[in-house]
Write a protein that binds this ligand. Structure first.
Ligand code: SAH
Length: 283
């Protein structure tokens, strides 16, 4: 149990009885929680949290009742509607409720659905954004989700739909044609199909890819591979979800920006991985 960190002098919003705050906890590293998130933890009477929320963060709400609402692919988990209705119930019982979700609550986290149900039931809400795994998780792997020499756009994609199937509504040809860099959430289960669809759509077999698992935690692992080899390499490395998968040349930037390896004493593998032959900031 860690002491709850101090909050800078306010004023901070008050979490009133009967309210639900939906808050992103970030991808793992407790330091990536926002100050609004910390303020919420300090006031909450009940914290309803997901599987992907780091336990250390919950320790910052020592007085609060903890309700687990984990949803992990494939395992039995509470139904989304039940979670939303539980939040309504708690609010109606006059609790100060914090709904804590991994990453950002509005990025592939069903936070939008929960918030909608709450509003439909007349429950007042506040949304506290968080650092999403597809941005912050990649940053911890040394991969900038945009870089002027690589991409002016990025596409965030989910690898499976509500039923756990590969999302049939996705037009992989359009995604392939229109996306300089593709970041896939929940992509591990269907990576073979996703990679095949992108290759069919014309993405190069040797396109750089990275798989970052349990990003920003002490167990973070990073695999660098290519589109043609990604499935086999994930298998060989024995990587497990949760993972964010980045497809595109941004992955090459890790050769210069793998700051965790550098902090551990390794030299950068390259200072100019894109072969621009000029200082990064010229022109
Ligand atoms: N709202 C979350 C995403 C929830 S969907 C966010 O904004 O980050 C769950 C998926 O998020 C996981 O399957 C995985 O793809 C990704 N994810 C969440 N935390 C992660 C982490 N620490 N490392 C790698 N991927 C993570």
């Amino acid at each position: 149990m860690t002491d709850s960190p101090a909050l800078p002098d306010g004023p901070w919003p008050r979490l009133l009885p009967g309210w639900v705050w939906l808050c992103g906890a970030g991808p793992g590293d407790p330091g990536l929680l926002t100050l609004h998130g910390l303020n919420a933890l300090r006031q909450a009477e009940v914290v309803v949290y997901d599987a992907l929320v780091e336990p250390a963060i919950l320790d910052w709400a020592p007085g609060a009742e903890r309700l687990y609402a984990g949803k992990r692919g494939g395992k039995p988990s509470p139904k989304q509607r039940d979670i939303s209705l539980r939040l309504v119930e708690l609010a109606r019982a006059g609790k100060r409720v914090l709904r804590l979700k991994g990453g950002d609550p509005f990025v592939f986290g069903r936070g939008g659905e929960e918030a909608q149900t709450l509003v439909q039931h007349g429950v007042p809400i506040r949304i506290i954004p968080g650092i999403s795994a597809g941005i912050g998780g990649l940053a911890y792997a040394g991969i900038p989700v945009t870089h002027r020499d690589v991409n002016q756009s990025v596409t965030f994609v989910t690898g499976h739909d509500q039923s756990g199937q590969a999302p049939s509504s996705l037009n992989w040809q359009a995604i392939s044609d229109g996306s300089q860099v593709i970041v896939i959430y929940m992509g591990m289960k269907h990576i073979a199909r996703i990679a095949a669809a992108l290759l069919d759509a014309g993405r190069p077999a040797d396109e750089p890819c990275a798989v970052v698992t349990t990003a920003t935690t002490g167990d973070q692992r990073v695999l660098e591979t290519t589109l043609a080899r990604i499935e086999r390499d994930i298998d060989t490395a024995g990587l497990e979800p949760p993972a964010v998968i980045c497809i595109g040349r941004s992955v090459l930037m890790r050769q210069v920006l793998d700051w965790q390896a550098q902090a551990a004493g390794e030299a950068p593998r390259s200072l100019d991985p894109l072969g621009r032959g000029r200082p990064a900031e010229s022109a």
